[in-house]
Design a binder for this molecule. Structure first.
Ligand SMILES: Cc1cc2nc3c(=O)[nH]c(=O)nc-3n(C[C@H](O)[C@H](O)[C@H](O)COP(=O)(O)O)c2cc1C
Length: 388
């Protein structure tokens, strides 16, 4: 069966993608990706969003099976990112009479992607505007920058369903069992992380609705324990510390900076630190590193000085943090340089515009290889990290 029931009248018609190499051009997805789409069966039938163009035919087949000969009245477009919108034209070839529902910004983007002639039958909705299907009434709530400007989510009061667009999505196809939190966090921090304020605004609206089911555009339909997922979104979007622990992220060429990072990790563990995450920035997944930096409250950045700058992987990491509004954290620095160690100054300057960053008093400055004074600095840094 190519579709499945979410409720008696809402059917899942999405697809799994195990072919994508990098999602959104940068994220590894070892368990693939799901592009979700839903059909709401009523006097008038609505299809909620489309899928990635490579799966257009499979998705259209799912819809045809779900409709069993009926025709959809509406195609609702909540988000114009191509993993959800690229099959609009294919859909309209099969169902040319369908009315495309979106907001003013949706249709500007649709014209840019597909040209002026696409979707001649359209209904432009306003924020909090509604669409009557029969027993279902859809209410559209604009969610600009969660995570594109045209994004809107949709509430169905009949079945108490929130169609949440990219909100509450995760990496991973639906035919693979895996933990929600981990891949939802990596997805959220990576893709939506910058837009915490906008997610907070959406959560405030969601709190006023009776929501029993969340239907996102990626990841599983959420039907139970919704408080857990909403709490996670609240933590992530308010940049709160999720888990106690220290992350040590290092960039080293000849292994001396690595040794210092390892020594700090061992010292912290010996002192009873609840969690120490040690990462070689050149040899680990950048999106997981960024995810963990947001997860834990304390972060030590260890880098060589490299042509008067920091090592390129550290550079990418720092940018990955600050562009996602990294804030409310305690940071420390281990720098190394053979003739003029300036990595620490560069690391600190990267956070000049970041909110509520507390720097450890101890900075470890290594000149080529660790010496006795560095050992003492590492010890002092560990003691500081263990405080409060
Ligand atoms: C290509 C290259 C450029 C470097 N540029 C600098 C520099 O501008 N200033 C400096 O003090 N050290 C510089 N170094 C030395 C590194 O900081 C050196 O790798 C470090 O002192 C030893 O740490 P490691 O064993 O962790 O690599 C450079 C090293 C390399 C390989």
């Amino acid at each position: 069966m190519a579709f499945r029931k979410v409720t008696d009248s809402i059917l899942y018609v999405g697809v799994n993608d195990h072919e994508v190499d990098l999602f959104e051009g940068q994220y590894v997805v070892p368990n693939g990706m799901a592009y979700n789409s839903y059909v709401i069966l009523d006097d008038k039938i609505a299809v909620m969003d489309t899928v990635d163009i490579h799966f257009a035919q499979e998705w259209l087949n799912n819809i045809a099976e779900a409709l069993d000969g009926k025709k959809p009245t509406y195609l609702v477009v909540q988000h114009m990112e191509p993993d959800h919108s690229a099959s609009i034209a294919e859909f309209l070839k099969v169902y040319p009479d369908a009315i495309v529902v979106g907001n003013a910004k949706t249709f500007v983007m649709m014209q840019q992607f597909f040209g002026a002639d696409v979707a001649p039958n359209r209904e432009v909705v306003a924020n909090k505007g509604t669409l009557e299907l029969g027993s279902h009434t859809l209410t559209f709530v604009f969610a600009p920058m969660v995570h594109w400007p045209e994004v809107m989510v949709t509430y169905d009061a009949a079945d108490k369903v929130l169609f949440s667009a990219d909100g509450f999505g995760k990496f991973g196809a639906l035919d693979v069992e895996e933990d929600w939190d981990c891949e939802a966090r990596r997805y959220y921090i990576g893709i939506v992380g910058k837009y915490g304020a906008q997610v907070q605004a959406l959560l405030k609206v969601a709190a006023t609705l009776d929501i029993q089911i969340i239907c996102p555009l990626h990841g599983p339909v959420l039907t139970e324990n919704l408080g857990h997922y909403i709490e996670k979104y609240d933590i992530w979007s308010s940049y709160k510390v999720e888990s106690e622990g220290v992350m040590i992220a290092y960039a080293s060429v000849y292994g001396n900076t690595k040794k210092a990072a390892e020594k700090l990790a061992e010292t912290l563990k010996a002192k009873g630190c609840p969690k120490v995450v040690l990462r070689d920035l050149a040899r680990s997944d950048m999106s997981e590193n960024i995810e963990d930096a947001f997860r834990y409250g304390k972060l030590v950045l260890a880098s060589i000085t490299y042509n008067g700058d920091v090592f390129p992987f550290m550079h990418a990491f720092l940018h990955g943090l600050t562009e996602r509004s990294y804030q409310n954290r305690t940071l420390g620095v281990i720098e190394n340089g053979t003739w003029a160690p300036t990595a620490g100054r560069i690391i600190k300057s990267a956070f000049e515009k970041s909110k509520n960053i507390t720097w450890l008093d101890t900075t470890v400055t290594i000149k080529s290889a660790m010496n006795a004074a560095n050992d003492a600095q590492i010890e002092a840094m560990a003691d500081e990290l263990m405080k409060g």
